[in-house]
Design a protein around this ligand. Structure first.
Ligand SMILES: NC(=O)C1=CN([C@@H]2O[C@H](COP(=O)(O)OP(=O)(O)OC[C@H]3O[C@@H](n4cnc5c(N)ncnc54)[C@H](OP(=O)(O)O)[C@@H]3O)[C@@H](O)[C@H]2O)C=CC1
Ligand SMILES: O=C1O[C@H](COP(=O)(O)O)[C@@H](O)[C@H](O)[C@H]1O
Length: 503
């Protein structure tokens, strides 16, 4: 692997501690970090290298998916880390940083390949990018890359402004916009599922698919992020990025041996085919919700407006469901239902593809069966399940066949994404075209929410969300799958439908 210096802005922060250090450590253990690797951590705090290294060590003990058993290995990992205090707005600090980087490069004989990872608030992105460019931190004798965390903008205009600013210092192919859902193994698998399986490929269109349901439900509430979340809501926090990325990954039809450019080109085509909503369409296709008090796992929990730091009359959305249409040759007429929310009954991210009934035959439901379904479990369980019908005692009976269940010892999203950024593979990062099209599609929803021209439905914490989201599907003759206990796949015998190969 190509030697590199990893320059981490926000090295003293929460994301670095919980995600970035553990990801780098697990890459190191798996032999997926370059032999010659240096990390320079940056923050305002006046830390020594030793203090920084011991913080990194502590974060590995607390957050790494692997238990730290080999102390020697961990020592050799943290020895690659150095710390320098830097104030983002102070240009002199970048000159000092350049010196530190060059000293380490010469000590370790590294070429000037530099990856700048911005694990700081979005208000700092443009200042950092321009200071990097102006201080000569990008060298003509090596490459430079910029990895940025979300949120990428607050709406369409601010995202465009941000991109314009960044592009003065970094070319598009040097910018890696993280969407951690794109790092999840099952989301990465979506590309292959259709491409590498002729059976699925043959069925993957409006000819056989009735509807697609994409759900990301969370049990957590707003936690300690009130200041951020109350201005953002589910639509910006999850829908504009993670949910639309999952839709793109499911709906693309890729040619064989596709390149990263093919993936991006086809994702862009999906976004271009999304039927736009006018502001006045929003109330017919979008459900906005906010949680009230309720109970989670038997414990009472507060409603959103009583959470610390949340405005008492907040109209912020903690839930959103929407019906989308992809108007292209493959998907015309197939509704995509998407929903995400906080303080829901379970933590689960999944995609359900519901197939149409057989032609010229009575409905399978009338005979005791159920529609054929393909369930793609993304998080926290990972797996694929196919629901078919069989006959038992003269009656149809749905059975669920577990096609794939991932082992627990698999890389986390951040490991996959950091590895790709280090090796220069942009496939699973959000290209500007996708981000812009996603903001464009979402903008009428933002406007309607801001103007309160759509109702804010309340739902009890611990429920499946507002009843109005059920009505969105019922109007088309469908319902959300796997919301009720008896439909749920439980790996167990009490499950009404469960039938599992090998169990
Ligand atoms: N935490 C998470 O789970 C997630 C975070 N994100 C995104 O990641 C980014 C970082 O989040 P998070 O780690 O939680 O934030 P924190 O507030 O925990 O950390 C912020 C970091 O920025 C540094 N910093 C702030 N201001 C300055 C400044 N003026 N000069 C130099 N350094 C500065 C801080 O260093 P110091 O205090 O030493 O000055 C600290 O290291 C944000 O964009 C967030 O939206 C995205 C997904 C999940
Ligand atoms: O980006 C975000 O994602 C998390 C949910 O991520 P997951 O991997 O646990 O599904 C969400 O809680 C957070 O609000 C949001 O900013």
């Amino acid at each position: 692997m190509v030697p590199v210096t990893f320059v981490l802005f926000g090295a003293t922060g929460d994301l670095a501690k919980r995600k970035i250090y553990p990801a780098l450590y697990n890459l190191f253990v798996d032999g997926k970090l370059p032999e010659a690797f240096s990390l320079i951590g940056l923050g305002r705090r006046e830390w020594t290298d030793e203090f920084f290294q011991s913080n990194v060590e502590q974060s590995l003990r607390q957050f790494s998916r692997r238990e730290i058993q080999d102390h020697g290995k961990m020592e050799s990992f943290v020895r690659k880390f150095r710390y320098t205090a830097l104030e983002i707005g102070r240009t002199d600090d970048y000159k000092k940083l350049l010196q530190v980087i060059e000293e380490r490069e010469s000590e370790l004989q590294l070429p000037p390949n530099r990856l700048f990872y911005l694990s700081v608030g979005p208000e700092y992105f443009t200042t950092i990018a321009s200071n990097i460019a102006e201080s000569g931190l990008g060298s003509a004798d090596g490459w430079k890359r910029l990895v940025i965390e979300k949120p990428f903008g607050h709406d369409l205009q601010s995202a465009r402004d941000l991109n314009e600013q960044l592009s003065k210092s970094f070319a598009e192919d040097e910018i890696y916009r993280i969407d951690h859902y794109l790092g999840k193994p099952m989301v990465q698998n979506l590309e292959v599922l259709e491409q590498a399986n002729p059976i699925i490929q043959a069925l993957w269109s409006n000819r056989y698919i009735a509807n697609v349901q994409i759900t990301a439900s969370e049990t957590v509430g707003v936690e300690e992020r009130a200041g951020y979340y109350d201005h953002v809501g589910a639509v910006r926090d999850m829908f504009q990025n993670h949910m639309l990325q999952m839709l793109m990954m499911l709906a693309i039809h890729l040619p064989h041996n596709s390149s990263p450019e093919d993936v991006r080109k086809h994702k862009k085509q999906v976004m271009e085919a999304l039927v736009p909503l006018s502001k006045s369409d929003v109330s017919a296709s979008v459900i906005r919700g906010q949680y009230t008090s309720g109970s989670m796992g038997g414990n009472p929990v507060k409603g959103y407006r009583s959470e610390p730091g949340i405005a008492a009359a907040s109209m912020n959305d903690t839930y959103i469901a929407a019906k989308l249409q992809v108007d292209d040759f493959f998907w015309r007429g197939v509704p995509f239902y998407i929903r995400t929310g906080k303080r829901l009954k379970e933590k689960s991210t999944r995609i359900v593809v519901e197939f149409k009934e057989a032609l010229n035959q009575p409905s399978t439901a009338a005979l005791g069966g159920a529609p054929n379904l393909l369930l793609i479990d993304i998080n926290p369980n990972e797996g694929i399940m196919l629901q078919l019908n069989t006959k038992e005692n003269g009656e149809l009976k749905p059975v669920q066949i577990q096609l794939h269940e991932s082992s627990k010892d698999i890389p986390e999203a951040y490991e996959n994404l950091i590895f790709d950024a280090l090796t220069g593979n942009p496939t699973f990062f959000a290209h500007w075209d996708e981000v812009e099209l996603a903001w464009s599609w979402v903008q009428p929803i933002l406007d309607a929410f801001r103007d309160n021209s759509v109702p804010l439905h309340s739902y009890e914490a611990g429920s499946n969300g507002p009843a109005e989201a059920d009505a969105l599907l019922a109007a088309d003759g469908y319902h959300w799958w796997f919301d009720s206990k008896e439909e749920q796949q439980t790996n167990g015998k009490e499950d009404k439908y469960a039938y599992q190969i090998g169990h």
